[in-house]
Design a protein around this ligand. Structure first.
Ligand SMILES: NC(=O)c1ccc[n+]([C@@H]2O[C@H](COP(=O)([O-])OP(=O)(O)OC[C@H]3O[C@@H](n4cnc5c(N)ncnc54)[C@H](O)[C@@H]3O)[C@@H](O)[C@H]2O)c1
Length: 417
């Protein structure tokens, strides 16, 4: 089998497939990534170097040579689906499909895993595979869609024990997709069509996005009303039914939440000519959270007779969330930029981000130490990494703004979101 795209999604699938006995080509257009994988160094937190070494010693082979795609029985596509100027950019799916198409044979199976709008598998991927192979999707070869639910850094819910939604363009395709993933994961959940599976993924992420926006907006009001939002959230979470806990924060990041709902709203607008109001409102609230944090920081510094200009500000956390090394779309970046425009001296500490992953970061990446904490005029908690011990922060930082509720229950100089 082949897995196209060896990132946060594709690498774990490839390694798992090798574990259960497949011969796997992990294909990626990034030569740097392929070289790193071949040398046994994983850049994905959920795959340890030991996992990678075992896979390399078994059936797994990283490659950037399209010739290695030849002869596949099963292909999984897990390439990026970003937004470009606010619009879905499916160019990576198109080029992955075009690379696979000449190698499509009768009876093989192609499965799309990238997050995308409903209709992509049937309307975009199938024609590309058919055009390049001269075969017909359905009668000649199988095609399906199975969204990835991977939660980077989550040790409880893994690829293997998280139910996997599967679909096919017809009954035989569904059977092939289901048979493949049934070997990789504990439970599959077949649905009626690729469009249903595509929309399932977008519903899940839009649900999170909207609920985080709800709590973020409430957090902004609560601080002005003098109410502790964290106590409110905890109290509400004691209701054993009809409520799900979401916590506020400095904004949303990662490859999924800030992007996926826009795939859905784009599709709704394009096909039906109507706005998806919940998504647009949630985008608006979440995108403005870094501005809100900035305003709170300015007020806090003013209260201590300090201007932003010249203040040394240590931001704790660059990752988009706890426990991950991924900082795509991280709200730390717009906040750092805004502080920089206000002439603050910005430094960022994040033990999860190796220097090599932050080469294009404009700010110094410094270690999380008592000296760094003490040398700052203000420390801002933006990610609740387990490494950020609140007692250490309280003991050394002269002033703290805590946007994650990390310091709750501890006495410290400063404020919480
Ligand atoms: N990261 C997550 O937590 C997560 C969770 C669920 C779904 N997804 C979705 O999965 C997809 C992949 O996300 P990711 O986080 O793994 O991205 P990623 O950027 O970590 O990895 C994608 C890889 O694909 C490679 N690539 C790009 N174009 C290619 C091509 N034409 N041929 C071969 N390789 C190519 C890139 O070099 C990169 O290594 C996206 O659609 C994303 O929305 C991601």
């Amino acid at each position: 089998m082949v897995v196209i795209g060896q990132g946060y999604v594709g690498l774990p699938v490839a390694v798992r497939a090798a574990q259960v006995g497949y011969r796997v080509v992990g294909f990626d257009v990034s030569q740097a990534r392929i070289d790193q994988l071949a040398s046994g160094r994983s850049y994905v937190g959920d795959i340890s170097d030991a996992d990678l070494a075992a896979a390399l010693a078994g059936g797994y082979r990283p490659s950037s040579d399209p010739a290695d795609l030849a002869g596949f029985d099963i292909a999984v596509i897990s390439v990026p689906t970003p937004l470009h100027d606010g619009l879905p950019d499916l160019s990576a799916i198109e080029s992955a499909g075009a690379a696979l198409a000449p190698h499509v044979r009768r009876g093989c199976c192609v499965i799309l895993e990238s997050t995308t709008y409903p209709g992509t598998t049937a309307e975009l991927l199938c024609p590309i595979l058919e055009h390049g192979s001269g075969l017909k999707a359905g009668p000649d070869f199988h095609v399906g869609y199975s969204p990835e639910r991977i939660d980077p850094g989550n040790p409880t819910h893994t690829l293997v024990n998280t139910p996997k939604v599967v679909s096919g363009i017809d009954a035989e395709s569904l059977r092939a997709v289901d048979a493949f993933f049934s070997r990789l994961v504990e439970r599959t959940v077949p649905v009626g069509s690729p469009a249903e599976a595509e929309m399932t993924k977008l519903l899940e992420n839009t649900f999170r996005h909207v609920n985080i926006a709800l709590i973020n907006e409430l957090a902004m009001f609560a601080s002005e009303l003098g109410i502790d939002i964290w106590n409110v959230v905890d109290a509400a979470a004691t209701k054993p039914f009809g409520y799900m806990k979401f916590t506020p924060g400095p904004g949303v990041g990662g490859h999924c939440l800030p992007i996926d709902p826009s795939y859905l709203s784009w599709r709704v607008r394009q096909h039906l000519g109507r706005p998806f109001r919940f998504v647009e409102l949630a985008n608006d609230v979440n995108e403005h959270m870094p501005d809100h944090v900035y305003d709170r920081i300015v007020t806090l510094l003013n209260r201590h007779r300090k201007p932003v200009n010249g203040s040394r500000v240590l931001l704790l956390g660059l990752a988009y969330k706890r426990g991950t090394s991924d900082w795509r779309e991280s709200p730390t970046v717009p906040l750092a930029d805004k502080l920089d425009r206000g002439m603050a001296q910005v430094r960022i500490a994040d033990p999860h981000i190796p220097e090599v992953n932050a080469a294009h970061l404009r700010f110094p990446l410094v270690p999380f130490t008592p000296e760094e904490l003490a040398a700052a005029d203000l420390v801002v908690v933006l990610v609740d990494h387990a490494d950020f011990a609140p007692e250490v922060i309280a003991a050394h930082a002269p002033l703290v703004f805590d946007a994650k509720g990390l310091m709750r229950g501890i006495e410290f100089a400063g404020e919480t979101l």
